[in-house]
Design a protein around this ligand. Structure first.
Ligand code: PGA
Length: 267
């Protein structure tokens, strides 16, 4: 599916970040059930793009299932190496992800920035590696509670996005995920107004660095305690084009309901 529809509108993108959950056998059962649930609900996959981001060891199983059953779901990895090959024990190359038909890869999630000390330089190198291998990077940015108090909501995400994409050529296809660190897994989501305010700033960064056309086509997601009860508010905002969902993406009825936001949102 194209990132923009025939009418030029950005295709909404709902992504499930499984984090360190579900092994490869569980992933097969999960993706099958999710696909059935969306089919039962008669989801129009032209109206929304759905992607799951399982752990590395699940990717081959998910790929095989999606391709054998021709499921209208996308998938990607949660991380990749900035290197293409070589003596990097434990790392996964973008080339390997591409060979598994991954379309997307999450980069710079706050858990990697914090728990694995990934700074802006590493995030930029990984973003470049993704693009080099034909993967669309889902670049995550977001402020901590302390940043929010000191600098407001947009300063840190804007600086992080600039650093991540400064080296890319104009027109590069990326997805941006605005995820306030304090909202992730906390049950306390940002308000739709705040998400919109930051999304506008982030789109301006994309326009500056990748051009207006890329900025118009780039999906900007909100992430952080998204659930079926609050997705509607985010999706009503003109610059929020989807969601990166953690915890709620592991619950099929809940994730399915988030994906079907159009049914209960009235947008
Ligand atoms: P959450 O996580 O939905 O569980 O808050 C979002 C994320 O980390 O991407």
């Amino acid at each position: 599916m194209a990132r923009v529809t025939t009418t030029g509108a950005r295709t909404p993108f709902i992504a499930g970040n499984w984090k360190l959950n579900l092994d490869h056998l569980q992933s097969i059962a999960f993706v099958q059930k999710l696909a059935w649930s969306l089919k039962d609900a008669r989801l129009d996959f032209n109206e929304v793009e759905v992607a799951v981001f399982p752990p590395f060891t699940d990717l081959r199983s998910v790929q095989t299932l999606i391709s054998a059953d021709k499921l209208p779901l996308k998938f990607g990895a949660q991380d990749l190496s900035e290197h293409d090959s070589g003596a990097y024990t434990g790392e996964i190359s973008g080339a390997f992800l591409k060979a598994l038909d991954c379309q997307y890869v999450i980069i710079g999630h706050s858990e990697r920035r914090t728990l694995h000390n990934e700074g802006d330089d590493v995030v930029a190198a990984k973003t470049a590696a993704a693009v080099r291998h034909g993967l669309v990077p889902v670049v995550c940015v977001g402020e901590t509670a302390e940043d929010l108090e000191k600098h407001g909501p947009s300063a840190v995400p804007v600086a992080q996005l600039k650093a991540a994409i400064a080296g890319l050529t104009a027109g590069t296809d990326i997805v941006v995920a605005y995820e306030p660190v304090w909202a992730i897994g906390s049950g306390q989501a940002a308000t739709p107004e705040q998400a919109e305010q930051v999304a506008v700033q982030l789109r301006a960064v994309v326009a500056d660095l990748l051009g207006q056309e890329a900025a118009d086509a780039t999906r900007i997601l909100y992430g952080g305690s998204v659930k079926s009860g609050n997705i509607a508010g985010f999706m009503r905002e003109p610059n929020v084009d989807g969601a990166l969902v953690g915890g709620a993406s592991l619950d099929i009825p809940e994730f399915s309901s988030i994906i079907r936001f159009q049914k209960h949102v009235g947008v």
